[in-house]
Design a protein around this ligand. Structure first.
Ligand SMILES: Nc1nc2c(c(=O)[nH]1)N[C@H]1C(S)=C(S)[C@@H](COP(=O)(O)O)O[C@H]1N2
Ligand SMILES: [Mo]
Length: 371
């Protein structure tokens, strides 16, 4: 560690190296703070708030709703502060949205990048109530030169030696979509502190990092946003030297609720022989519906029954239920599911490499013993 900059004790940190095998104490510490959806929770159409997956980079801010407001700044006609009460007075609606962390599936890449060690479980669905962001952008009055809108949270910390508030941006066109919401309620109740109380952004169809929590500042920019969470991470990169491509929408994906009962430590499943109904969920990004789910026992594929995508606005961004029948025979088995979306994208059988483990939509496999 360098002593050259006493105001930043993290500048001289050794870059993290990819690794295999045992998890580091740091990875285990992050896994204890940031929880995943317990896969049995896939049975709920809407994930109960306390079961919703969680990812917070820094500390959860201790926030007071009474004094909360959002600073509107940058290339706007009326730079101003808009209070939470004023935002809540704007026309509101509720959207059912499936949100997935871009790092979901990271531990299935070998070697893995040491950070939040997600398996399959960083995904959930909630009903978010708020006002379209466009109402607030209209109140500020965007100037013609505006290109991007940046969203800054109240949480602050360091990553790779850089001190910053968590912040992300969208192009003006994307930010103006009527499904991009400023949200104050989750599943009909005020946001929980860890999910962004008292106000967050929800960007349906995108990976979770776009949905900035504890939103306190909106900055309209004439040029691309260069905040750390926009340019220093969330890029698909083949290796450390690659500039890469931005991580944006979710990829086609499916999961199953593991059948039977688990072993406490290994999570291996025990199922009784005979007919078993397997259920799960499938989704994709950018509001693209899933059109096919397949289910395999020991790599022999069969079609699953798939609930059609909701035609209604309420469910356009929500996962779809699927189910399949299995005549379970005594022995050891591997169950697998995979989805295909309306654009013809299909989940890969083996993970695609990414330097930081982003965007892994490899098929879900569950090992089962039948007795
Ligand atoms: N301010 C702020 N917003 C944030 C984050 C954060 O650390 N700080 N994490 C992002 C990431 S990476 C994800 S996946 C989602 C997770 O939202 P949840 O914790 O409500 O499930 O929030 C996003 N918004
Ligand atoms: Mo994330």
């Amino acid at each position: 560690m360098s002593a050259a900059n006493p105001s930043n004790p993290f500048t001289g940190q050794t870059p993290r190296q990819h690794r295999s095998g045992d998890f580091t104490p740091e990875e285990v510490g992050l896994a204890g703070r940031n929880s995943g959806l317990m896969l049995e929770g896939l049975r709920y159409d809407v994930t109960p708030a306390g079961m919703h997956y969680l990812l917070s980079h820094f500390d959860v801010p201790y926030a007071d709703a009474a004094g909360w407001g959002v600073e509107l700044a940058g290339t706007v006609q009326n730079p101003r502060r808009i209070s939470l009460t004023e935002i809540q007075g704007l026309p509101s609606h509720t959207l059912r949205v499936t949100m997935e962390c871009a790092g979901n599936g990271r531990i299935h890449m070998t070697p893995r990048f040491p950070t939040q060690p997600w398996g399959y479980e960083a995904v959930s669905t909630a009903e978010w109530t708020g006002t379209p962001l466009s109402h607030v952008l209209d109140a500020a009055g965007l100037q013609a030169s505006a290109k991007e809108v940046a969203f800054l949270g109240a949480d602050r910390g360091f990553d790779k030696g850089i001190e910053h508030n968590f912040g992300r941006s969208l192009t003006v066109a994307e930010a103006r979509r009527d499904d991009v919401l400023l949200v104050w309620a989750m599943n009909g109740a005020p946001l929980l502190p860890q999910h962004g109380f008292p106000l967050r952004l929800i960007v349906p169809g995108w990976f979770g990092m776009a949905s900035v929590k504890w939103l306190e500042r909106i900055e309209v920019l004439d040029e691309p946003f260069t905040g750390f969470q926009q340019v220093g991470t969330y890029r698909y990169r083949s290796g450390p030297g690659d500039a890469g491509q931005p991580v944006t929408h979710m990829r086609v994906q499916s999961l199953m609720a593991p059948p039977g009962i688990p072993d406490w430590y290994t999570r291996r499943r025990l199922v009784e022989r005979g007919p078993v109904t397997i259920m799960g969920r499938a989704w994709s990004g950018a509001g693209v519906p899933v059109v096919k789910v397949e289910f395999a026992v020991n790599a022999v594929w069969q079609p699953a029954t798939l609930e059609p995508a909701a035609a209604l606005e309420l469910g356009r961004f929500a996962w779809q239920r699927w189910q399949a029948s299995w005549a379970a025979e005594t022995g050891e088995h591997v169950l697998t599911c995979r989805a295909t979306d309306a654009k013809g994208e299909i989940q890969p059988i083996e993970p695609r490499w990414d330097n930081a483990g982003f965007g892994n939509n490899v098929v879900h496999r569950v090992a089962v013993t039948v007795r």
